[in-house]
Ligand binder design. Sequence first.
Ligand SMILES: *[C@@H]1O[C@H](CO)[C@@H](O)[C@H](O)[C@H]1NC(C)=O
Ligand SMILES: *[C@@H]1O[C@H](CO)[C@@H](O)[C@H](O)[C@H]1NC(C)=O
Ligand SMILES: *[C@@H]1O[C@H](CO)[C@@H](O)[C@H](O)[C@H]1NC(C)=O
Ligand SMILES: *[C@@H]1O[C@H](CO)[C@@H](O)[C@H](O)[C@H]1NC(C)=O
Ligand SMILES: *[C@@H]1O[C@H](CO)[C@@H](O)[C@H](O)[C@H]1NC(C)=O
Length: 370
Amino acid sequence: MHLTLLTYLSVVFAVARAGAPTIPLDEAIVIGKTNGTVTSYYGIPYAQPPIDDLRLRLPKPVTAYNGTINATVPATQCTQLPAAPRSDLPTTILQDLLAYGATIPNSVDVPQSEDCPSHSWEAKKSRKLVSVTLDSTIGLADSWAPHADGVFIKAPPQHLVLAGSVANIPFITGDALDEGTVFSTGSFNVTTEDEFRTFVQQEFFPNTPVDILAPLFDLYPNVASEGSPFETGNANELYPEFKRMAALQGDIAFQAPRRFLLDQRSLKQHAWTYTSKRGAIQGLGCPHGSDAVQALALGNDLSDYVIQFTATLDPNGGASNRTIAWPRYDPLARSMFVLLDGDTPLEIVPDTARLEAMAALTELTVAYPI
Ligand SMILES: *[C@@H]1O[C@H](CO)[C@@H](O)[C@H](O)[C@H]1NC(C)=O
Ligand SMILES: *[C@@H]1O[C@H](CO)[C@@H](O)[C@H](O)[C@H]1NC(C)=O
Ligand SMILES: *[C@@H]1O[C@H](CO)[C@@H](O)[C@H](O)[C@H]1NC(C)=O
Ligand SMILES: *[C@@H]1O[C@H](CO)[C@@H](O)[C@H](O)[C@H]1NC(C)=O
Ligand SMILES: *[C@@H]1O[C@H](CO)[C@@H](O)[C@H](O)[C@H]1NC(C)=O
């Protein structure tokens, strides 16, 4: 329906009279909501609904916005499907996991319905925190994760980074210490060296020749004290290859892509990185998603830096109660902001954990994209 100028004006007038904030978008009037000092415009569709013939197809942009868009309430969230904790998890860990799952997602989001085009928890986070990337979604090895299709995602993400196809804006990227633990609770039956090798090859490197993959298994040895949950000695080995599996899965999907992005881009654009070592739980350490609580909780110290970053494009900008300076990343100093429990809540340490192992993982995933 094409609005005439008269109806357009009367809509503006009616809305203005009601005191609601509005913005024009093409021919549409978008009604937002003011709360204190901020005005929000929620749930403006960016593509046509992925229903009927558009199911599992490339998104079709909205051609022209028209009419009145009520953007005063958040859009319905995509269905979230948390991974069911395995029933053979030790009871105390199961309890921790359930309590933890009640507050934040603890798993890769697998959309239950095809009406969900995005990796929704990541999308939700990035929508809330304009231009802040909290986790890397590069390279998750499940079939619902983003994969290059040559059209919408033109090439494997690491190839795009190497080609310089990266938004040239300041960014923060960070992880929890133990990104891989939750995902490794699903492979409790992988308990021997041979089973480990077979599992890793099948899950992540089905097209990689065995001899090329072999050195990786020495770089991630089955030594509990070197595995994840990191920095816990021999504790938390839930099954014979668990800590090794968790170290490798956390690095392949999160830590190595994070460091790769920083290595490639931090001399070209301003970048900051963090690791959260806060809120460890038995068996899982500081698991996937635990850093989001730190970043998003109002009044928390990391949120202070993140809010200043969204306002000034520098986590050290603006006035606030921040206690230490967060240096920019560069591939020599590798300064990393670390969130800790205890008397010293924040510190800067070099991001040098498993340098050789992660470099090998990066080389493999660039040659054989996941
Ligand atoms: C108005 O928007 C609807 C829904 O997006 C669309 O189907 C329609 O073609 C648009 N009308 C015009 C005149 O652009
Ligand atoms: C308005 O913002 C405050 C925080 O500043 C929040 O507690 C409150 O829930 C918000 N109200 C609405 C209606 O969103
Ligand atoms: C927008 O939608 C909300 C929730 O459905 C409703 O309460 C509100 O009255 C609507 N606002 C306008 C201007 O239509
Ligand atoms: C472990 O269990 C999964 C799922 O039940 C199965 O596909 C896989 O083959 C098993 N692996 C081993 C080494 O038994
Ligand atoms: C610093 O913290 C105090 C107490 O929490 C608060 O009242 C004050 O507004 C904060 N200052 C800034 C600049 O955030």
